[in-house]
Write a protein that binds this ligand. Structure first.
Ligand SMILES: [Zn+2]
Length: 470
């Protein structure tokens, strides 16, 4: 979390019209902090924004994506980020409601200062303020009982979080103990498969067990993924209800290092059984045994796995056949591991089979960052932000297309700005996301936001009909 806490600008973003921006600047204590020049005010005029691009003699994806140049993010925000769809998705209606006007936004500025409790009257005002502050990224929080920017004028009891999307965060960090291809901040299409499997299983749980329909998955820009659930029932959930859902899902809590066995009750919970049969069993074979070849590549994992098997006599035999120095592929070891109960009683066979099934589930079941989901007032990075480390756009994806999603092909801000530059050279100086490789992601987002708004309208209509009856 960025360190320095800064109070919101005095008066906050008031009237959104451009002519007020100079007045706002004069009374704004952040002006000095941001080192803003009056020349920037000119950028607020819409006509100038359309043609805005960082000036480069020799534009390349790299130079256009140089995040130390403030014009890079400013151009991205002014011409590419889909503000209207963002507004509709959060507001759930075409007319501004408290879902948007009372919603907290938090900005991480270029100097890492962190600006909380920002709120806006609509999409245009949010966009203007983002252009003015030019944050490196911004986060979205809950809808409060009062407008976040007015919170100091409100009684404490009158300012509390009311609703927000139910969110989940899956991060590669939680797979560091099992993936063998990359370490630390690195990630590739091979270890991404762990995330792919987690998305499929979690999406199925959310739809089948909880009945959620409006789930947006958003790539976090480096090595993780977020889920935002916008169903009315999800928005209304209390902290306790969110925690209960987390407990239902987070069965691998404390077992991710593979040091101790996650001993599941039998018969398996129907959710775990379904995940195992439809996805985890085959994913374990493909990812752990074949692709990552975990036990050959990382002998320590092989020893850990043998430690999870109850019959020590059989474990000793397996270790003799496949010692730490063995070059035998994991798939061969697993064949032996599965039938390592030949001289056992039926009860021992059952226990052994269960231990083998448990370890497959332990490897592949979704590993979620539980703190993100538990609290109504948790802030989470907005879709379509740029990851400051990779320059990649945090693009939305459908769980049904997760198999074909390749994080390496996600557009970077440099690539998108270069596309705008090329369009501009051909005379099209007003192009927006629609003519760039961001287009399929924005269209997906728009469709999602429209479906969310439709559902909300249905709900409002049904509530009205109910109240007429009484
Ligand atoms: Zn990798």
């Amino acid at each position: 979390m960025p360190g320095m806490q800064v109070d919101p600008p005095a008066g906050g973003p008031g009237q959104s019209a451009c002519c007020h921006s100079l007045v706002r600047t004069l009374r704004d204590p952040l002006t000095l902090l941001l080192g803003r020049s009056s020349a920037l005010d000119k950028l607020f005029a819409d006509d100038d924004l359309k043609a805005m691009l960082p000036k480069m003699d020799n534009a390349t994806e790299e130079s256009m994506g140089d995040l130390s140049n403030p014009m890079v993010m400013r151009t991205y925000y002014s011409r590419l980020l889909p503000w209207k769809a963002m507004f509709l998705w959060l507001n759930q209606s075409y007319v501004p409601t408290r879902q948007f006007t009372h919603r907290e936004f938090a900005f991480t500025l270029q100097n890492e200062a962190y600006l909380r409790y920002q709120s806006f009257a609509g999409a245009d005002e949010l966009k203007q303020e983002v252009l003015r502050l030019n944050p490196s990224r911004f986060e979205i929080g809950p809808m409060y009982s009062g407008r976040p920017k007015d919170r100091k004028a409100l009684m404490k009891a009158a300012f509390r979080p009311m609703t927000r999307e139910l969110v989940f965060d899956i991060d590669m960090t939680d797979y560091d103990s099992v993936r063998t291809c990359c370490k630390d901040k690195k990630m590739c299409s091979r270890c991404w498969k762990f995330i792919t499997v987690a998305v499929k299983v979690l999406d199925e749980i959310l739809r089948s067990d909880f009945g959620f329909r409006h789930i947006l998955w958003v790539y976090s820009g480096r090595r993780g993924i977020h889920a935002w659930i916008s169903d009315p029932a999800a928005l209304q959930m209390t902290d306790e209800q969110r925690s209960a859902i987390v407990r239902y899902i987070d069965i691998v809590k404390g077992y991710t290092t593979m040091e101790k066995r996650m001993a599941l009750h039998r018969p398996l919970h129907p959710t775990v059984e379904r995940a195992y049969e439809t996805c985890l069993r085959s994913a374990f074979a493909n990812v752990v045994l074949k692709d990552q070849d975990c036990w050959k590549t990382d002998p320590h994992q092989w020893e850990q796995v043998l430690g999870l098997i109850p019959d020590k006599e059989n474990v000793a035999e397996l270790l003799k056949k496949f010692p730490a120095s063995s070059t035998a592929p994991s798939i061969d070891r697993f064949k032996d591991l599965r039938k390592a109960h030949t001289r056992a009683t039926p009860k021992q066979v059952e226990r052994h089979d269960q231990a083998v099934q448990d370890l497959q589930i332990q490897y592949m079941y979704p590993r979620i960052d539980t703190e993100v989901s538990r609290k109504l007032n948790h802030l989470l990075k907005a879709p379509f932000c740029i990851h400051p480390g990779t320059g990649k756009v945090c693009v939305p994806i459908l769980a049904s297309q997760i198999d074909s999603f390749d994080p390496d092909t996600v557009p970077t801000v440099g690539k998108l700005l270069l596309e705008l530059e090329e369009l501009s050279r051909r005379g099209d100086t007003a192009a927006d996301w629609g003519k760039t490789s961001l287009r399929p992601y924005v269209e997906l987002f728009e469709r999602h936001a429209e479906a969310v708004a439709k559902e909300k309208a249905r709900e409002v209509k049904a509530a009205k009909a109910m109240s007429m009856e009484f």
